[in-house]
Ligand binder design. Structure first.
Ligand SMILES: [Zn+2]
Length: 283
């Protein structure tokens, strides 16, 4: 790389590896040029200019080094050229790590230090512009009753990504708990011993009443040890558990908040009311 070359009157072109905004396939793009985004072709720039001093400086993203058969712009809007290999079809002045930014660097807009965090992409928005509405002949009437081509955008929320993000945020060594709105069940009613008639009947009654009140309830009436039932509930992310045990004779059950492991003794007669406080939203 010619470090001392005066670049003031030389065209500097930077090719980045990025999904082309207009055509949704991977192409080489540039910053700082009069040719529309994603439409620049490196070959022509090298050919057009005979004298070395006039040759543009081509900085190419390291991510493109060693890669072959790429797609680039064709120096014309909405046209692309396939099978382009840097180092063979054109010769970059240098490969450079152009995209990586590190925490603490200045924001290009406001100058404040950038902070880098881990994030989960839950959804995304694409501005598709007129690409599909024009090619498919979509028309709508504007406020004056005149036919116009609408501008199009696409909005996607990843349902499975929401679940992933929820699990990532609320988990411990035993499993995870989901926000009630997306949990398969809001409440699991777990009788500790289904062979005990009083316990079983109380559990069934509690499940019925909660269901009648509009909650999503599962009654775990399998003949299993309590530990097995609790483990299973933890593995499907049920946020609240009612443990129906010996205290039914005193009219009380245990309400367990999975997120905090908080255990509350609740009167069976007031079981529905206790969830009105915990799960407040219109049903
Ligand atoms: Zn900023």
């Amino acid at each position: 790389m010619e470090s001392c070359r005066d670049l003031s009157n030389v065209c500097v072109i930077v090719f980045l590896s990025m999904p082309c905004r207009k055509h949704s396939f991977r192409c080489m793009d540039r910053i700082a040029s009069s040719i529309p985004e994603g439409c620049l072709l490196p070959i022509e720039w090298a050919k057009d200019r005979k004298k070395d001093a006039e040759k543009p400086v081509l900085f190419v993203d390291k991510a493109l080094e060693g890669r072959a058969n790429l797609i680039a712009g064709a120096n014309k809007e909405n046209y692309h050229l396939k099978n382009l290999t840097p180092g063979k079809d054109f010769h970059p002045t240098a490969y450079a790590d152009l995209r990586a930014v590190t925490g603490g660097e200045a924001c290009p807009n406001c100058g404040k230090p950038l902070r880098i965090d881990t994030a989960v992409e839950i959804g995304h928005i694409f501005k598709l512009g007129y690409r599909y509405t024009e090619s498919m002949g979509a028309r709508v009437l504007d406020k004056n009753g005149k036919e116009v081509t609408p501008i199009m955008g696409s909005y996607g929320i990843g349902i499975e990504r929401i679940l992933t993000a929820a699990v990532e945020q609320s988990n411990d060594e035993n499993g995870f708990w989901l926000p009630p709105a997306i949990a398969p069940f809001e409440i699991v009613v777990a009788p500790v011993n289904v062979k005990d008639e009083t316990v079983r009947a109380a559990a069934e009654d509690i499940a019925k009443r909660l269901e009648a009140a509009g909650y999503d309830v599962i009654l775990d009436d399998r003949d299993e040890r309590p530990g097995v039932k609790f483990k299973d509930a933890d593995l499907v992310g049920i946020p609240f558990r009612i443990t129906v045990g010996k205290k039914v004779t005193e009219g009380t059950v245990e309400l367990v908040l999975r997120s905090t492991h908080e255990v509350r003794d609740v009167r069976i007669t007031a079981i529905v009311e206790s969830f009105e406080e915990l799960l407040r939203w219109p049903r």
